[in-house]
Design a protein around this ligand. Structure first.
Ligand code: MLT
Length: 408
């Protein structure tokens, strides 16, 4: 008899964004003539930059000629992309990252979801609340939690991100965790962390032999130059942190799929007897066993992001979404609502005071706008909703007019 993984019964019936998509489809079915504007899931709408497209085409043309054809590539990524990433995203900012520290993948969702496999079944997990649901759900699937009650799984340490701490939780006396997920600029709140705040996490992790999984998928939206762009800008981070990045939100790869993980040679974890061991070979073992590499044309396309033209175009693209974010943030503030994010981030986290799903239904039916209910990201998201700036300008302007009418 084939029996199922019992941990799946602990999960919500469906993944947050699938649940939202289902509700929206139901609404659309009942209201076929209603125009809907989607500011829910953070999915980009602008075309890939022309330099990326040109490189993508070149990659496809290479596959069309036997002299340049590629079969299986290195699982960790082609050297040309790993080197471009190490130089363009890290060494250019003073971080000592080598091409060999970079593992190219098909996106940060898979990487942040898969990484927990490397650790003990009884590792204690700490996540921010609200949180990107992938970090939690994958640990539930792996059996590191009990059942959920009142929106919280037994066995997970929740780091509350609230108005009181400006949505940036810090380590506290008595905190006990082995694996800590952090994400800045944050999904879903859009909050950013200062150098001092990240230093306190790195110091805590080193002192407690813990590991930080740092999700920097939204780093290209940082415009405040005093903010760190990478956890590796923090002293000691190379020994206790892993960083996840994505080409989805900066270069429009949500449908193209490419991301990467950075692990240095010094990054240390511990075996069952407490002996130190390097983390990188473990991920390399996992990655080479379960992944056959990102497609060559996609890696060619991703490498174009680091050319002079590519950098300029990515900046224009992220500036475009940031202008949308400003329109949303100012619109929300003009209604007298407190919000965070939207300046160094494409997400705006709005304190509405309403039940999150009621706010979702109300904005869907009254305004025809799809947002993401805050409680879908955790208990601290109750009374909040998230608006995504990833859409075309005219739609964002129209959505804000409709939201203003619905909320005032
Ligand atoms: C989100 O809306 O939170 C993101 O699009 C999710 C993701 O990147 O997987």
């Amino acid at each position: 008899m084939i029996r199922i993984n019992k941990n799946y019964s602990k999960l919500q019936a469906s993944y947050l964004f699938s649940n939202i998509a289902k509700r929206v489809a139901q609404f659309q079915e009942g209201n076929p003539d209603r125009e809907l504007i989607k500011l829910g899931i953070g999915d980009v709408t602008r075309a890939l930059p022309s330099s990326v497209i040109a490189a993508f085409h070149e990659g496809v043309d290479d596959m069309a000629r036997e002299s340049t054809f590629k079969g299986y590539g290195p699982e960790q990524g082609y050297p040309f992309l790993r080197e471009a990433i190490a130089e363009g995203d890290f060494r250019s900012r003073g971080c000592n990252i080598a091409a060999g520290d970079v593992f190219v993948s098909d996106g940060a969702k898979c990487d942040t979801g898969n990484f927990q496999e490397l650790f003990a079944d009884d590792a204690v997990i700490a996540v921010p609340d609200p949180v990107y649901p992938v970090y939690v759900d994958t640990n539930v699937m792996a059996g590191r939690t009990g059942y959920s009650e009142n929106g919280r799984y037994e066995g997970i340490v929740y780091l509350e991100s609230t108005e009181e701490n400006n949505y940036v939780p810090l380590p506290y006396d008595g905190l006990r965790a082995d694996l800590i997920y952090l994400c800045f600029p944050n999904n879903p709140t859009g909050a950013t962390a200062t150098r001092a705040q990240l230093e306190s996490w790195v110091d805590w992790a080193l002192a407690n032999k813990a590991l930080i999984l740092f999700d920097a998928a939204y780093v290209s939206f940082i415009r405040d130059e005093s903010l760190p762009h990478s956890i590796f800008e923090i002293e000691g981070a190379s020994r206790c942190c892993v960083e996840f990045r994505s080409f989805s939100k900066n270069a429009g790869f949500t449908g193209t799929r490419c991301g990467y993980v950075v692990i240095t040679d010094e990054c240390t974890v511990y075996d069952g007897e407490g002996n130190p061991c390097p983390l990188k070979p473990l991920w390399n073992r996992r990655h080479t066993t379960k992944f056959n590499g990102t497609s060559y044309p996609v890696q060619k396309a991703a490498a174009a992001v680091y050319t002079e033209e590519g950098k300029k175009q990515v900046r224009e693209l992220t500036d475009y979404y940031l202008e949308n974010a400003k329109i949303i943030r100012e619109g929300v503030q003009s209604l007298g609502y407190h919000c965070v994010g939207g300046d160094n981030s494409p997400y705006i986290w709005v304190k509405s005071g309403m039940d999150s799903w009621e706010a979702f239904d109300m904005l869907l039916s009254k305004a025809g706008v799809v947002i993401t209910p805050g409680s879908g990201f955790g208990k601290c998201g109750d009374g909040y909703f998230r608006i995504s700036a990833f859409n075309d300008r005219d739609k964002v302007i129209k959505a804000m007019e409709k939201i203003k009418l619905a909320l005032s």
